[in-house]
Design a protein. Structure first.
Length: 251
């Protein structure tokens, strides 16, 4: 696994941070609208709720943003061991602050992006005054291709680098890179019990192919949108954002 890495602090870090109380946590954030949107998804709608018999689950939080999902997982399982991965160096500093200020133990922070291979890559981030940084993507203009963005260079690692022990939950929200990342580390997924993934419909990937790949490697797969399960769902014509939950059939 890569060592703990601090990204170079960009000028965009000269932003005013706000703070909010959330359950027993104090959360620092940079964009109130984005924070409340993500808070509803994560804490109000419990979109990442999962069950495990392991009191100290190992969780990989890929696309950790400012740490809301990391905090949520700690609220579910206080003894969880978490690897939180966030490529945007500005967000990483806020993530780091939220982990430190809330005195979270057993959280390893990685300033980098999941990709097919180790190296560096251009990550496109919001360049508008809104700074909707949760949309950082390898795709110019974000996965919708409708956002004004600028490139920054980030370090990359394959997912397999972090699967060093059985993984109770792999959470993935990486803005359109999910299929390539999983395909590149498919052999390591035998050590993963559950996957909770936000799938982005972009031409670089295909949900049907990705689902078939997961099924071939022992996972059962379900789909939902906005918290509602998609039962009669034409996977070959999927569009927009789709939440994917995959778990081992024997679980």
């Amino acid at each position: 696994m890569p060592s703990f890495f601090y990204g170079i602090l960009p000028t965009t870090m000269n932003i005013k941070l706000e703070s909010a109380k959330l359950k027993n946590f104090t959360v620092f954030h940079h964009n109130s609208e984005e924070y409340h949107h993500l808070k509803r998804e994560v804490f109000s709608h419990d979109e990442y709720y999962f069950e495990t018999d392991n009191p100290t689950p190992f969780i990989i939080d890929a696309g950790a943003h400012i740490g809301l999902t990391t905090l949520y997982f700690k609220s579910l399982y206080p003894q969880a061991k978490i690897v939180a991965i966030e490529p945007n160096p500005t967000l990483f500093k806020i993530l780091e602050k939220n982990v430190f200020e809330n005195q979270l133990d057993d959280v390893t922070l990685i300033n980098g992006a999941l990709a097919e291979t180790a190296g560096t890559a251009e990550l496109f981030v919001d360049s508008t005054k809104n700074k909707w940084w949760s949309t950082g993507s390898f795709i110019k203009g974000a996965w919708t291709k409708q956002q004004e963005s600028i490139p920054i260079e980030v370090e990359t690692w394959p997912l397999s680098e972090f699967i060093t022990q059985p993984v109770d939950l792999l959470k993935i929200d990486i803005e359109g890179a999910e299929q390539k990342v999983l395909e590149a580390s498919i052999d390591s997924l035998s050590m993963v019990s559950q996957i909770m993934m936000e799938y982005h419909s972009v031409k670089q990937q295909n949900l049907f192919d990705l689902s078939e790949l997961l099924k071939q490697h022992g996972f059962k797969v379900e789909y939902s949108r906005d918290g509602k399960e998609l039962i009669k769902f034409n996977i070959k014509q999927s569009k927009g954002l789709i939440d994917v939950h995959a778990w081992r059939k024997e679980k």
